[in-house]
Design a protein around this ligand. Structure first.
Ligand code: DGT
Ligand code: ZN
Ligand code: CA
Ligand code: CA
Length: 592
């Protein structure tokens, strides 16, 4: 299920708002574990063990706890007595657990964060707090640097060193942001700079320009004759929380959630060279620089010049630099040193799918399941974004926590859609569904019902931990279903949060290609699934892709752009993505 909390910080765990999401065994186990941890943190004996025992039992169940709950059999789970069963019931019914919220309130903020550091459990955190007053990762880092941890009973020099290393790893993991949650804001800042009278050119650079799925910091380049005015303007933007550095060449501000934005001020006439340099990636730049050296030149952020710098070969436009190095222009999304330089040299770069070329959204939820709006509202919002068609694909009945739609409701929904389509409003609504692929690969909606739908997505929303061979079989069975059109979010990964489930990707892709089944590029920011790399792999197997936003709200429809970014990073052309086609051609493809 999608993270709808609007939490912009990647990797954050936020349970609030879970009601509309699928409550999984993992979610419940995590909450019970958290209770145990907080109790341990507070020095409580025995009780934590009971919660941990229940959490482990739930994690190792081989059926969904929602099913057990539906049967009223929670207390048959080992370690679950009436008190814990009551708490699980609250989580199922309310999506939150007030008891846990209360516990969270009662520990100093930051103390729980300590447990995110590898090797620090609640007992150690309790000691760090009571012995040294440490209540956060920054405190801990300072204590480690001051060699104050090794002297605590039960720690020692070795474990202090280990903690130092774990802090480093933690920081690395917690300083990246999801592209989809920051792109909009970054572009807004770019536009503000662009419209400042002293700014000549402004452009995003770095990983955000390459549209990488996660972003360390936002890089922006401007050219101007008046650097002081421009940096003063940048450092007083209302979005800033802090100014880290302000200077004529480079300034850095910090936005909410500790997102850094780097501004580099470039002298006019060198913008192309600077943009090329600061767009990266580093690996791509290293290869380009080598090409320059091979030609007896040198390449840096100021331009492509002869080795002594006396003569400028190219620097005004990025295109000029690539051209001088004997390369076709390489779109930023491809600049990862993954074959693009060779392809550019041999004039066999793909003609990437364009940002305006997708004509329909293949994965839209409404109030019929867990979406926020009516079909009409979603259709109108999509039309305003330029869509020619959308496929309404609400969750099916097998996903009760997402208020999955029954066969009866599917029929009524069909009538509503037919009525809407009779209005000449410039958009066609396709009647689809996002059915669950059960453990055995069957879909949880009867064929009789699926037969009448325009578009059928099958997705895996449960039993993610099947052995690889079983998972492969499960997907193959789904692919060979008579009515399946597309596999939704094919690997199930949640970026930085949940690994993809394991299956034999090439076998599945080959089967999909042969069976004329689409693989989704799910454009929801937490998913981007297939990923760039997997798109490329799927394409190599001859698979046709379809982009869907998985929108649960009108505002999510703009994620289409993220799906296109993934497709571009995956080297896809217009012809490789089915929904670049007008409705008639799309429908004809489905019929085949
Ligand atoms: P990020 O911020 O971690 O998501 O990734 P980037 O690619 O935005 O990296 P960042 O912000 O450190 O630097 C922006 C670009 O500047 C980077 O993509 C390439 C260029 N750059 C930075 N440092 C170096 C360097 O040491 N060598 C080369 N060749 N390029 C660099
Ligand atoms: Zn789904
Ligand atoms: Ca960056
Ligand atoms: Ca940077």
């Amino acid at each position: 299920m999608e993270d709808e909390t609007g939490c912009r910080r990647a990797g954050g765990t936020r349970m609030a708002g879970m009601m509309r999401q699928q409550v999984t065994n993992t979610d419940i186990a995590a909450m019970l574990t958290e209770i145990a941890d907080i109790l341990t943190l507070r020095g409580v004996a025995f009780k934590p063990r009971a919660y941990l025992r229940a959490a482990r039992a739930i994690e190792s169940l081989d059926e969904e706890i929602t099913d057990i709950y539906d049967r009223g059999e929670l207390e048959t789970i080992p370690g679950v007595g009436s008190a814990i069963a009551a708490k699980i019931t609250t989580i199922m019914e309310e999506g939150t657990l007030p008891y846990l919220d209360q516990l969270r309130e009662e520990v100093p903020p930051g103390l729980r964060d300590l447990m995110e550091i590898e090797g620090i459990g609640p007992k150690k955190a309790h000691l760090l707090y009571t012995e040294r007053g440490i209540t956060g990762i920054e405190d801990l880092e300072a204590a480690v640097n001051g060699k104050q941890v090794r002297t605590i009973r039960g720690f020692g020099e070795q474990s202090e060193k280990k903690i130092a290393e774990s802090i480093r790893v933690w920081k690395e993991r917690h300083t990246r942001f999801l592209l989809g949650y920051i792109l909009h804001d970054a572009e807004a800042i770019g536009k503000k700079l662009q419209s400042h009278p002293a700014v000549m050119e402004a452009c995003l650079a770095g990983s955000i320009r390459r549209r990488k799925e996660t972003i360390g910091d936002v890089d922006i380049l401007v050219s101007t004759d008046d650097p002081d005015t421009v940096s003063a303007f940048f450092c007083s933007l209302p979005e800033r929380r802090r100014v880290l550095m302000q200077g004529p060449k480079r300034s850095t501000i910090v936005l909410a959630e500790n997102l850094h934005v780097d501004l580099r001020v470039i002298r006019q006439g060198q913008f192309g060279a600077a943009l090329q340099y600061f767009t990266g990636s580093k690996a791509h730049n290293i290869r380009l620089r080598q090409r320059a050296i091979d030609r007896g030149w040198k390449l840096n952020e100021y331009g492509l010049t002869t080795r002594d710098g006396a003569e400028v070969i190219a620097r005004e436009r990025e295109e000029d630099i690539y051209d001088a190095l004997g390369l076709a222009f390489i779109p930023p999304e491809l600049r990862e040193n993954s074959g693009e330089i060779e392809a550019a040299a041999e004039e066999r770069l793909p003609r990437l799918i364009g940002y305006g070329e997708v004509k329909g959204d293949l994965h839209v939820h409404t109030r019929w399941s867990d979406g926020a709006h009516t079909i009409r509202e979603m259709a109108e919002a999509a039309r305003e974004r330029g869509c020619e068609y959308i496929a309404i694909c609400d969750h099916s009945e097998g996903l009760p926590v997402a208020h999955g739609i029954s066969a009866d409701a599917i029929f009524k929904q069909g009538k509503e859609i037919a009525d809407l389509n009779r209005e000449p409003d410039g958009i066609t609504v396709l009647h689809g569904i996002e059915a669950n692929i059960d453990r055995d690969g069957s879909l949880d909606v009867r064929k009789k019902v699926l037969r009448d739908l325009d578009f059928v997505i099958g997705s895996i929303h449960s039993s993610f931990r099947q052995p690889e061979a079983e998972m492969t079989e499960r997907l193959l069975t789904a692919i060979h279903h008579d009515h399946l059109d597309m596999i939704g979010h094919p690997t199930g990964r949640l970026i930085m949060k949940r690994d993809p489930y394991r299956f034999d990707m090439d076998t599945v892709f080959e089967a999909a290609a042969a069976a004329h089944v689409l693989m989704e590029i799910n454009a929801f920011p937490t998913r981007l699934d297939l990923s760039d790399v997997n798109c490329r792999r799927a394409h190599a197997s001859g698979v046709m892709m379809g982009i869907g936003t998985d929108a649960h709200h009108m505002d999510h429809l703009r994620y289409l752009e993220l799906g296109i970014a993934v497709a571009r990073r995956g080297w896809l052309e217009k012809g490789d993505v089915i929904n670049t086609r007008p409705l008639a051609e799309f429908s004809a493809w489905l019929e085949k």
